[in-house]
Design a protein around this ligand. Structure first.
Ligand code: G3P
Length: 219
């Protein structure tokens, strides 16, 4: 399973990248706004910085919701760097745009996916990645991880190439569950990645090893 970080924060991206396990980055308009980035020029400059930091795919989301606008924005975004993936919402014109981008050899990430039916449409359109929003489904009192399992089953059975990118991941446990459910990629905040390191027995065990080493050294 690939690890993407879901942020537009350059420090967080650097920290995850320094771990040596980062395969890419996903962003969205809310995450860009959170960093205080606004205006087309600034947003494009920020994407370029992210693309230069990471050796992997960087999802950049279109704002337009009509076919012409999505195609225009997507074509501008891919000019920023070779590793840009155009993030397109799961709407009618989004599906049409994904078909066209796919024909042009432009990679896409179909976002705001909440059902298996939407996942089938995106795969048929030729999306490179599919982003089901696990956390937001859980927030609505439904089972987000079950959706990943369902999509994995359908894609495996049908032989679809679209990669399942578990998104709206809120915790380290979500990462483990997404791996078990068959996700190809998980995208999450830095905290959820760093949380995977934690286990009290690791801390206790290390403290004991270091203490014993010190005791042996003074003998
Ligand atoms: O990858 C999509 C993600 O950014 C949404 O996460 O936590 O806002 O539901 P969240």
């Amino acid at each position: 399973m690939k690890f993407f970080i879901d942020t537009a924060n350059l420090d967080h991206i650097k920290e995850a990248n320094d771990l040596g396990i980062l395969d890419g980055v996903t962003t969205n308009p809310s995450l860009m706004a959170k960093e205080g980035i606004s205006g087309k020029e600034n947003i494009f400059r920020h994407y370029k910085k992210i693309c230069d930091l990471v050796d992997g795919d960087v999802s950049a989301e279109v704002i337009a919701t009509d076919l012409e606008g999505i195609l225009r924005e997507g074509k501008e975004l891919v000019e920023i760097a070779d590793n840009i993936v155009v993030k397109v919402p799961m709407i009618k014109d989004g599906i049409k745009a994904i078909c066209e981008f796919s024909n042009l050899g432009i990679k896409t990430n179909c976002t705001l996916v909440f059902s298996a039916g939407q996942a089938i449409l995106a795969a048929k359109a030729g999306a490179s990645y599919l982003s089901p929003f696990i956390g937001r489904i859980d927030d609505s009192n439904w089972d987000g991880m079950q959706l990943i399992k369902d999509i994995f089953e359908i894609y495996s059975m049908q032989g679809y190439d679209t990669e399942i990118l578990a998104a709206s991941v809120r915790s380290s446990l979500h990462i483990v569950e997404a791996a078990r459910a068959g996700a190809d990629v998980v995208t999450c905040p830095l905290d959820a990645i760093l949380g995977l390191l934690k286990h009290p027995l690791t801390d206790i065990g290390l403290a004991k090893f270091l203490e014993d080493h010190k005791k042996a050294a003074v003998k």
